[in-house]
Design a binder for this molecule. Structure first.
Ligand code: SF4
Length: 350
């Protein structure tokens, strides 16, 4: 069966390391994810991404540090101040210690995110970063997931030991959230100016979003010099105002992952491609980051997501194996061969 000349041309560019433009991205997103051509696109994206790093994947951990009703008010997030059911939670030093010990038991966690709300106490956050830095192995990087921040605050965060930050200008920012898209993008610039790596994501994707909205969102990251890009579908969390629109399938998410992978792979700083939440179809379409989560999570109503939607380390390792990656990378880029022996050794043959 033949593919269209246009898809053939775009894949030819991708195989030759020629950057894809917005038109290419738009075309790829118009392909039906149930079609043969989508299968070709997803396989090509996986092959190209895997060929760049010896077929390796990484596991990240995320800990929700502080949970308060959030003034960000995002209509898709369980913490939005107008609809949250969460009680305030502030992770204690002991709990942080316990979680890091759990994530890092086998010294194979690439990076650990410390997540807080849109408004946060910088001094407390810096203290937590320093504590996490002292507890985690040298082969685990410490990363931040914080609200909009000034250049000075991000310089402090970097000085405390953070390598990079996750920050996003969301689809519908300023409409489905109370935040200003300009402030979101400025924080991303501040992070780069502070010497931090930037990890971003096209999110939160819902069935009602148009191809043009996705293209505009994807290219914010592509044009900024990101180290990681990703795709996240919006989860129809009960009680969140946008839950009424439903959610896209994992197959559609994988198709979008493949598209973003091919649009990002030529960014000189680009290293890894994420997907939220972890799913096999996306790991066969270019994604190579699995995020294990513990504590509060914006896509979950449970106060400890590892007991509900979140993946733990054992399930994450198993997924890396099942999706055919040859190596797991630590935060210093050293490689651990991924095989049955490793799953047995790390209690992950579940
Ligand atoms: S997504 Fe972030 S900024 Fe928005 S309500 Fe949730 S925690 Fe706040």
């Amino acid at each position: 069966m033949k593919i269209s000349p246009q898809l053939d041309k775009i894949l030819g560019k991708a195989w030759s390391d020629i950057p894809l433009d917005r038109q290419d991205c738009r075309y790829l997103l118009t392909i039906d994810e149930r079609s043969y051509e989508s299968g070709v696109l997803r396989a090509a994206a996986a092959s190209i991404i895997r060929s760049k790093n010896d077929n390796s994947a990484i596991i990240l951990g995320q800990v929700g540090v502080d949970v308060t009703p959030c003034p960000g008010g995002c209509k898709f997030c369980t913490f939005g101040e107008d609809h949250t059911q969460f009680e305030e939670i502030h992770l204690s030093d002991e709990e942080l210690e316990e979680k890091i010990a759990d994530f890092c038991k086998y010294d194979d966690l690439y990076g650990l995110y410390l997540m807080t709300m849109h408004e946060y106490d910088l001094d407390r956050y810096l203290q937590i970063v320093r504590k996490a830095k002292s507890l985690a192995p040298k082969t685990t990087q410490i990363w931040a997931n914080v609200g909009d921040s000034s250049l000075d605050a991000l310089k402090e965060i970097r000085k405390a030991g953070v390598t990079g930050i996750y920050h996003v200008c969301r689809i519908g920012e300023g409409v489905d959230t109370k935040l200003d898209p300009k402030d979101r993008v400025q924080t991303m610039r501040n992070a780069l100016d502070a010497g931090l790596e930037l990890y971003t994501c096209c999110e939160p994707i819902g069935p009602e979003h148009t191809v043009d909205q996705l293209v505009d969102n994807i290219f914010i990251g592509v044009e900024m010099g990101i180290t990681q890009h990703a795709a996240m579908r919006r989860v129809a969390v009960p009680g969140a105002p946008l839950a009424k629109y439903g959610q896209i399938s994992e197959l559609r998410l994988a198709h979008i992952v493949a598209t973003i992978s091919l649009c990002s792979v030529t960014v000189p700083t680009m290293a890894y491609m994420g997907v939220h939440e972890p799913n096999e179809l996306s790991y066969l379409a270019g994604a190579n980051i699995i995020t294990a989560e513990s504590g509060a999570n914006p896509r979950d109503c449970q106060s400890d997501t590892s007991k509900n939607r979140g993946m733990d380390m054992a399930r994450s390792r198993k997924m890396v194996f099942e999706c055919g990656f040859d190596y797991l990378r630590r935060g210093d880029e050293s490689k651990i061969p991924m095989n049955i022996e490793y799953l047995i050794k790390t209690d992950s043959l579940i």
